[in-house]
Design a protein around this ligand. Sequence first.
Ligand SMILES: *Cc1c(COP(=O)(O)O)cnc(C)c1O
Length: 374
Amino acid sequence: MIESLNRVEISLSALRHNFSLLKAKAPDAAVLAMVKADGYGHGMSECARTLAAAGADCFGVAEAVEGVELRKNGIDRPVFIMAGLLPEIIPALFDYRLTPVVVDDSCLETLSREAVQRGQEIGLHLKVDAGMGRQGCALSSIGGIIRQIQTLPGLSLSGIMAHFPKADDPDSDSTTEITAAFGRRLEKVQELLPENLVLHLANSGGILYFPDSHQDMVRPGISLYGYYPNGEQGKMNAEEPRLQPVMRFSSRIIQIREVAAGTGLGYGHTFTTSWPTKIAIIPAGYEDGYLRCLSSRSQALVHGQRVPAVGRISMNLTMFDVTDLGRVKLGDEVVLLGRQGDEEITADEIATWMETISYEILCLFGNLNNRVYV
Ligand SMILES: *Cc1c(COP(=O)(O)O)cnc(C)c1O
């Protein structure tokens, strides 16, 4: 079978390394591994299989359709549906034993009716907005919602969760304050809380920087895939052993050209050569997630050395200036993300060029290209 010259490599051993490092950070908590967005671009089912074998207790996705795919791929641990609960989705939750995260009382009656009809009980987790200012019920309303869950047949409350807005900042008080506010509110409704209730708050930032936030279960995402939630800063400050990037994105040289000084390169001639220049062309462009805004900003690795992108990145073609390299030849590997020789380009570095965060780079590259597991 013929394959694309653009290739995203996923290192399952790096994924396992990151899992055990995070597990060691929160040894007493269960792990809900976030595999939404097709495992942050790394492949949801492949990652879930590896993480399950490594000891992940359960998985988190956004919509139910992702949970169904995990089930069809043989993942049998609990799968949490974090976003996208509407009445029409509810039968699939029962068909595929998916765990709903409810954010208010709007779905409770439909959930209860379906449970009663099927003669089943469904455990649900309640998401509170303890300070994130996004999805969830107000902290002050949890008593009322818990009572409703308890009066409706077929429903049981298995957990309560919240999400942090600033856990990527080790210096912010926000995470500690939210953890405390969450705890105080739960104390007020203590007599309503079932036994074995699972409390969970911590994303990667919580796990790495705020041990008090670990509670009964932690929900790592970006850190599983080898990146610190606060980017290069987090990596620099981290003790050894460190998280290892799981993804590598490479392409191949499909043409080498020597052009004269004063040559305008590509659409709009946004770059004109100042001296005789050797250009290497790869068959990757914005269609492959190597976005146009990286034009004349990014670098890649060829023979373990950094080379700058020149001219506009187009849909399927990008040019690099390889004048300073010795013998480049057709078919040579060009690394857009990851390590080659002693050099490395990280998703944090690309994120800086693109004015975004590593999360977006991984989703873009991973979900738009052919993935290979190594
Ligand atoms: C995505 C997500 C996480 C993981 O966050 P990271 O910063 O990637 O670790 C945790 N909890 C919830 C609810 C999420 O949606």
